[in-house]
Write a protein that binds this ligand. Structure first.
Ligand code: SAM
Length: 217
């Protein structure tokens, strides 16, 4: 068994990667490609790692948990805010398949470039369904709305019913997003069908910045 296969097997044993598509995506997209050289030897451990500019790639358990909560299906239209290393975008793109569409937004030009470079290394494994944008995604991306799912990978100050993200969601859409400050955050699952929010996990993400995010001190 390769180290990647062992990582995926561990996640399965822990009860993550409930869908076959998510498991397949994790086995196909090698996390090591998205990990900076100095941490490559630890690529399959359950750790978040710095990717530069004060940002991080999340731990595999957190990534898998978010994928499970999103309940992604091939053909869906998804918005991701916070491309970072591009790892999560690669997994989502793989799950969505040729009929799906993923818009992934990154605010930092340096990380947008890094993600582009990383994603070019797995391009042959991905369907042509990913659009990357370098801009402030803190109020979503109205141009391509409505979305089946919105996933935000940086902590938002709040997620209200009148948020632009909720307005950009299909009637039966869902949002998965960390909400809270640098002391306390919860991963929130918002379901537009029932118009209810659930706290599903205690987490620690870097802050969402920009117009709808946290203001710099
Ligand atoms: N999903 C990423 C991965 O797989 O590597 C990890 C994302 S990292 C935890 C959070 C990212 O959100 C950072 O790259 C950060 O620059 C980005 N970010 C923060 N505020 C943003 C905003 N307003 N719009 C777009 N991206 C933002």
């Amino acid at each position: 068994m390769s180290e990647l296969e062992m990582m995926v097997a561990r996640l399965r044993t822990m009860g993550f990667l409930k869908s076959e598509q998510a498991e397949k995506a994790m086995l196909t997209i090698d996390r090591a490609i998205f990990i900076p050289n100095e941490y490559k030897s630890l690529a399959y451990s359950d750790n978040a790692f710095p990717i530069g500019y004060g940002q991080t790639i999340s731990a595999p358990t957190v990534v898998s948990f978010m994928l499970d909560k999103l309940e992604l299906k091939p053909g869906m239209k998804i918005l991701e805010v916070g491309t970072g290393s591009g790892y999560n975008a690669a997994l989502i793109s793989h799950i969505l398949g040729v009929r799906g569409k993923l818009i992934s937004i990154e605010i930092l030009p340096q990380l947008y470039d890094l993600a582009k470079k990383n994603l070019s290394k797995v391009a042959s494994l991905l369907p042509n369904n990913l659009t990357m944008l370098c801009m402030d995604g803190s109020e979503g991306y109205e141009k391509e709305a409505l979305y089946d799912r919105i996933v935000i990978t940086a902590a938002m100050p709040s997620l209200e019913f009148n948020s632009p993200f909720v307005k950009q969601l299909k009637k039966d859409g869902k949002i998965v997003a960390p909400v809270g400050n640098s002391w306390s955050q919860n991963l929130i699952l918002y379901d537009n069908k029932t118009r209810t929010s659930q706290r599903v996990l205690s987490v620690m993400f870097v802050p969402l910045v920009g117009k709808g995010g946290f203001k710099p001190d």
